[in-house]
Design a protein around this ligand. Sequence first.
Ligand code: ADP
Length: 289
Amino acid sequence: MSSCTSCQSKNSCPSAGEGQCPSGGQEQVPERQTFDEPHNLASVRSIIGVCSGKGGVGKSMVTSLIALELAKKGLTVGILDADVTGPSIPKAFGLRGKLSGSEDGIFPAQTHLGIQVVSINLMLENPEAPVIWRGPVVSGVVRQFWTDVIWDGLDVLLIDMPPGTGDVPLTVFQSIPLDGIIVVSTPQDLVSMIVKKSRNMALMMGVHILGFVENMSAIRCPDCGKEIALFGPGYTAKAAAEMNVPLLDRLPIDPQLAELCDAGKLESYDQTMLDGAVSAIMAALAGKP
Ligand code: ADP
């Protein structure tokens, strides 16, 4: 493919020659550097990033649920919590205490179902202490979660990315060989420019987007289970189609989910809500050795 007339990207800019470069005409596109090597004792078949345009849209919830659904299908799953300043994965799974390690490297914590988890909150003396570190330090920690952790026989490593398009997502895109990303969004953000920024960053970096997961698209009544759509149907599907990205799943606001997360018992959730995302990941995995 020819390089993009607007961004001169050496990646396969999908808009090359069409004047619709995702860089919006910026001249500098970050070069993809050589990926970091994983720990020599680690084994990971595929790596999927879970991203969002901004915080609080349920990215960690979706990461955790995908991990749960994959684990229930018999896959060996890990979660690298790259949301270093807002880590919420350990709490959802009721994980406390410190990660163990040896001279060789760091061992992930394990949930009841055997999901392997590495998070800064499993390393701090006080999990409520804020992480007040500058971007390069945070990025360095995330890289170490890839290079120094002995991930054990993973079929899928999910990376819970920090929100937005800043330093740390850029580091992940450049240093970890992602097989694809899933972008989580609320309905409002999906139709606004916020999600487009995440989508365009991935395109510019040459990272494959498996699809969108729309979260909080409806409210589920705890008594009768009926779902009330908060925004008329059709808007988000149309927005996704315009961006040429599949809309994989719609997850309603479910008070039971929030309760289980707060109680550290997410693994007791027995519904499958993310079939589309799980199928897309399984399809990506099928092409891997
Ligand atoms: P992010 O990772 O995008 O910052 P979180 O996954 O931490 O967002 O979600 C923010 C809050 O919303 C959490 O308290 C979480 O439990 C809750 N939440 C997210 N999605 C849902 C949902 N579908 N139903 C109920 N609560 C949800």
